[in-house]
Design a protein around this ligand. Structure first.
Ligand code: AR6
Length: 170
């Protein structure tokens, strides 16, 4: 099941939430800042020990004070016009998170709109990639049972709903 949820990802009771981090993994603004604030200072220490993550890849930590088993920290591409591999890198974020979820036997996972804030990725294009990657993975693997696209504003949620409708009608 794929669900669109409007609200703060740190409030979700799922197995895994995904963080839209940066390569240093030392916290930041946006959803990254919210996750670090809610998880507590142990998260920063755990991230420090990991030592960073390349764009398009993922690293994992416990959820600490959050009601989740794990946090997956992925690093989306900064939008620089679209000709520097941004679509492939964004798709890789979703793919790597879903591959890790399969290895961890995750039943429910929530994604924020990776790269759609500070990294300035055009929202409609990012949503297309997110939905495509998740749908393809679910068609192939049949798990995780529950995938949440967690949106912070109504316009974003509407883009996901439209894209999911388009995929179902195909
Ligand atoms: N819950 C769910 N979604 C949220 C939340 C929240 N609490 N807060 C923001 N969003 P962004 P990026 C939405 O900027 O573009 C950080 O400094 C937001 O509205 O968080 O990948 C990192 O350290 C937007 O739709 O991530 C990196 O340096 C989406 O989450 C950089 O920002 C992503 O926005 C990453 O930038």
């Amino acid at each position: 099941m794929i669900e669109v949820h409007l609200g703060d990802i740190t409030r979700l009771h799922v197995d895994v939430i995904v963080n839209a981090a940066n390569q240093r993994l030392l916290g930041g603004g946006g959803v990254d800042g919210a996750i670090h604030r809610a998880a507590g200072p142990e998260l920063l220490e755990a991230c420090r020990q990991i030592g960073g993550c390349p764009v398009g890849d993922v690293r994992t930590t416990p959820g600490f004070r959050l009601p989740v088993k794990r946090i997956y920290h992925t690093v989306g591409p900064v939008w620089r016009g679209g000709n520097l591999g941004e679509p492939e890198l964004l798709a890789a974020c979703y793919r790597q998170c879903l591959a890790m979820a399969r290895r961890d036997n995750v039943h429910s996972i929530a994604f924020p709109a990776i790269s759609c804030g500070i990294y300035d990725y055009p929202r409609d294009q990012a949503v297309e990639i997110a939905v495509e990657e998740v749908q393809q993975h679910l068609d192939r693997e049949g798990s995780p049972r529950h995938v949440v696209f967690c949106c912070f504003d109504d316009d974003m949620a509407e883009l996901y709903r439209l894209q999911l409708d388009a995929v179902v009608r195909r």
